[in-house]
Design a protein around this ligand. Structure first.
Ligand code: HPA
Length: 273
């Protein structure tokens, strides 16, 4: 598949026609973080399957809906459910959501995910502001024909997790009831959770949290010069740390437990963005 600017424009034209406003901030909600969508006032909901040239979410805990409206006085567009390479999508297809946001005119994106805690000082229920990432496996989402309307062939990613937005997130931490860290997100392709040996290696390499998403979205945003703020909710300790099996259920239970405090925290940040 050769993607052109017109390919992405078709999705944006459809969404623009459904919304009677231009969203300023895009938000991608990760596993079990969907409840934030209930905060959106005057919501307009669009099923992914109705958007031309878009993808569909195949994960049970991902709703598969684009929801746009107002949060804390800001116009937002929110993806409740995202796309992962483990669903069978090519890395190159994973540029689609961020490019839609860019064409809708969003000036920043907030990415959220559920992740395993690799840093031994982290606990389930903690939140990590992502300050950098490691993606050693799989292709770049920007591989293939460059679409210059979005950005240059070669691009800098040193500050893709935008320092000013990270500072804002830290400034909003007090009173949130959450334990907030800042650290490095290590991408693993899944869908299996990692082995204990992989987690030991990830720790040596500098990863603080491990997960199966987010990195392609951050890279796509960096390519089109869109500021990024990203959070990992630590839903479980990564493999080999605790003497217990890793389950999707644990991920969802922890996600649900902190959904309320996390949603309050996000709302406070959106208000100040
Ligand atoms: N590993 C990878 N992805 C995850 C994890 C994990 O431990 N927890 C939630 N998403």
């Amino acid at each position: 598949m050769e993607y052109t600017a017109a390919y992405f424009q078709a999705s944006a034209d459809y969404v623009k026609e459904k919304l009677n406003f231009a969203p300023e901030i895009a938000i991608i909600l990760g596993s079990s973080l969907g409840p934030f969508a209930a905060r959106i006032e005057n919501p307009v909901t669009i099923d992914y399957k109705d958007i031309p040239n878009f993808l569909v979410s195949t994960v049970a805990t991902h709703a598969g809906k684009l929801i746009a409206g107002t949060v804390a006085g800001k116009k937002v567009v929110c993806m409740s459910g995202r796309f992962h390479s483990y669903e069978g999508y090519d890395f190159e297809q994973l540029v689609i959501p961020i490019r839609l946001f860019k064409l809708l005119g969003c000036r920043a994106v907030i990415l959220t995910n559920a992740a395993g805690g690799v840093n031994l000082s982290y606990k389930p229920g903690d939140v990590m502001i992502i300050n950098d990432q490691i993606k050693l496996t799989g292709a770049s989402p920007l591989r293939g024909h460059n679409v210059p309307e979005f950005g240059p062939r070669f691009f800098d990613v040193q500050t893709m997790y935008t320092p000013a937005l990270r500072q804002l997130a830290k400034d909003c931490a007090a009173g949130s009831g959450l334990t907030i860290h800042e650290g490095c997100y290590f991408f693993m392709p899944g869908p299996q959770f990692e082995t204990p040996a992989e987690i030991r290696a990830i720790r040596i390499l500098g990863g603080d949290a491990v997960g199966m998403s987010t990195v392609t979205e951050a890279l796509t945003a960096a390519h089109c010069s869109m500021p990024v703020l990203a959070f990992s909710v630590i839903t479980n300790m990564a493999a080999g740390i605790l003497d217990q099996p890793l389950t999707d259920e644990e991920v969802n239970i922890t996600g649900q437990k902190i959904a309320h405090d996390f949603s309050n925290y996000l709302e406070k940040i959106v208000a100040r963005m």
